[in-house]
Design a protein around this ligand. Sequence first.
Ligand code: NAP
Length: 484
Amino acid sequence: MVSRVIPVDTFDLVIFGGTGDLARRKILPGLFRRFLSGQMTAESRIIGAARSDMDDGGYRQMIREAIAEFGGAEKSDTTGLDAFIDRLHYVPIDATGDGGWKALSDLMRADVVRAFYFSVAPSLFGALAERLHLHGIADAHSRIVVEKPFGRDLASARALNETLAAYFKEGQIYRIDHYLGKETVQNLMAVRFGNVLFEPLWNNHYVDHIQITVAETVGVGGRGSYYDKSGAMRDMVQNHLMQLLCLIAMEPPSRFEADAVRDEKLKVIRALQPIAAHHIVRGQYDAEGDDPSYRADAENPRSFTESFIAMKCEIANWRWAGVPFYLRTGKKMKARSSEIAVVFQDLGHTIFEGDVARHRNILSIRLQPNEGIDLQVTIKEPGPGGMRLVDVPLDLTFADALGEDGEDVPDAYERLIMDVIRGNQTLFMRGDEVEAAWSWTDPLIEGWEARSDVPKLYEPGSSGPEDALMLMHRDGRRWREIKA
Ligand code: NAP
């Protein structure tokens, strides 16, 4: 298939935290791919900024090594790599001090898009915004990209929104949630809003329930003490899982345009009901063999923080009343797998003699691994033996349908950065959305903290605590298998 690559406007992208893990592992290798595909103009520049003392040459070498380590097949294009590396610059800068800001100001060009990626600890977001403003580096057309976490509760998120709003308009602030940049998440919207088939069924008359699972096999490892202040609810549910839920549940926006989409997502969050304590299961992974338990990883023997959470949510509106949304996410689970499953109701009656199975259509949207979408349909089992029914997946995966291989599917970060340059905020969270999400999660967190709820232990490599299975069994339903 011939891909149509439209270059974005020429830009100066400053990556604060340009020497950090995220910049080296995701942002720079992703930008290199966009450079090779012709989307990044040859005049565009990337400027790394952090406290470490080095010059352009040192930074170029660092990023060369990062691409060698984290890049994909494209890194074998050495001519392309040399040309890309030439586009890199570096300015030593302290977000909280005065050093480096004049040099950055002198380096920036007036007639290109100016974007600033805050790939640093959230405690530095305010200082960066203020100094960009004070030193006249950001103008009314500049954009800032803000990493997660965006606050740890409503009060801190609101304070951060206010700080950023003192220097930037909402239309300049790009709060990133890389789940929204995934090809499949966008394909979900194309499937849902680009076909006549799904919309008539997308409601409580035809959908039995929805499951969203984000399972990881890794533990909290070296980030234990950081994670212990957060937990699965703050780290995963409040942002990623809620964003996925919103895209599934929202009303069709009038246009595929930033505020139209975000208005609809906001309505979903506001319609989420409070959750009773018995509809939430929190877990912590146990030790296994030489592998430490969550509490050992977190270096907190009395930690009540959850590394797993499962919950049953309800959305109080006409479309979804009575349709449960089951969410779960956890670390050290049996496989690394993220999936949204829209489970339709069964037929209620079969005309086929001897057919006792409850066949269901299930639309499954896999985010990782093997991104793709398939629809489970019931067909006749081929061959002799009479009318026997079997459920098979109808594969809507673009990789097969469009002849692309997985390597070509753009990474979420690079797509979102290109959207920043284009000035397209559709796949970024608006300030009021983030605050509404915290307004919903805060009372739940406060509830279990007030009760001093102790998370249930679960075996590493399992599907989470037994109670999480019961959450669905009680309703006569079951979780889909977590598989790689
Ligand atoms: P990291 O590896 O610790 O890097 C932090 C960066 O900030 C370094 O480049 C550091 O360089 C720089 N820095 C620290 N203090 C500074 C200061 N006062 N002034 C200027 N620069 C300063 O962190 P990370 O993993 O890349 O994460 C960056 C952000 O992305 C965080 O908000 C994180 O929550 C978020 N995030 C990361 C990931 C991931 O996969 N890593 C995923 C999702 C979100 P110097 O020490 O040289 O100054």
